[in-house]
Design a protein around this ligand. Sequence first.
Ligand code: DLL
Length: 432
Amino acid sequence: MIWNDEFETLPREALASLQLKRLQNTLERVYSTVPFYRQAFDRAGVKPEQVQSLSDLQRLPFTLKQDMRDNYPYGLFAVPMEEIVRLHASSGTTGKPTVVGYTRQDIDMWSGLMARSFAAAGVGRGDIIHNAYGYGLFTGGLGAHYGAEKLGAAVIPMSGGNTKKQIMIMQDFGSTVLTCTPSYSLYLAEAAAEDGFDIRNFDLKVGILGAEPWSESIREEIEQKLNIKAIDIYGLSEILGPGVAIECIEAQNGLHIWEDHFIAEIIDPQTGEILPDGDEGELVITTITKEGITMIRYRTRDITRLISEPCICGRSHRRLQRMSGRSDDMLIIRGVNVFPSQIESVLMQVEGVEPHYQLIVDREENLDSLEVQVEVTEDIFSDEVRILQGLSDRIRGQIKDMLNISCKVRLVEPKTITRSEGKAQRVIDRRR
Ligand code: DLL
């Protein structure tokens, strides 16, 4: 279902002129209210009024996560604190979090985009949304919650954790929609089975899953194990939270990025050069309606490509291909670049391998080493050592063939790898 027909199907030309108008207003505004941007634009020698076309945006400098850290906590806010009604923060792996603030209008806009995203995933009034994204500083919980209410669906504010209770509530309340990370959805299926329930028989019909990278093979696992349609949703706190982009249920192929609110560019992560539509690179986003925090050419570090072919659903907004990872998650193992998602894709093609794995990177005698720990089914695990050895050799060979890296493979018993209630930790890098 299309939530906002006028905007979601706006012809490309009209969309571009709306973007330009909104961009120009945004630049005027931040130039006068945010010293950080005024200085950055001055250094680049560009005044807001010189931005006369969308391609002029390229003349402005990028904004980095480090800029948010340098201006911690409120230095990038574009409005006085009296206008801020909500604060969120993203944890980040090191040091201080990055803080984001929302005005009342931002919250309305966010809820509207989340409602629009739910609708694109086939969710509507009458649905019961089991929201297992964490409530708190993380944007997932409250972002999905407000969107669900705006949509007019019934939302169960579960938050993360307490997995056994989640199963009971999901079953008793007849939840039809599950919102959580893809890894947690698999954990829920597993925990239900442990309690003697088959989650496939619950009322769930769709999962709105995101906040971490996942592969097409994991989607198949989830759809099969939970008997749902698994929809990929993307977002990040710096830009909004969940609801920046989502797959439509009609195509389930690429995530529509809501271009009436965001301008997307793809750049070469090394050189910063703009890449044409269709090329894979780093996603850069400019917000053109946000008030509290406005991001001009924010480097997301997420690797994807823009799909500009029209979609069968009738929405005119371009699509992002499923994220293949983050440029800063890319592992360099003895000089070879590899994304955890590539290893995941290899693993998931092997019969008997479960969708739970961890990559341990270390340095041994001055050389990088990679150990892939992956769970295998109970049946396989209780097989003879010879058979297990054969399987791990086969996986090692396939990783070598497809990704050109040598690694150790350790097959582990089911449920050995720590389950996560939020974002899964796939990589443990002991070199850092
Ligand atoms: O993860 C917001 C969110 C909540 C998105 C719920 C979707 C659902 P952060 O904690 O700031 O915000 O993390 C943002 O997570 O830059 C990506 O690297 C990653 N990420 C988010 N969604 C996806 C996805 C939320 N669908 C960071 N696929 C982003 C791959 C994703 N990575």
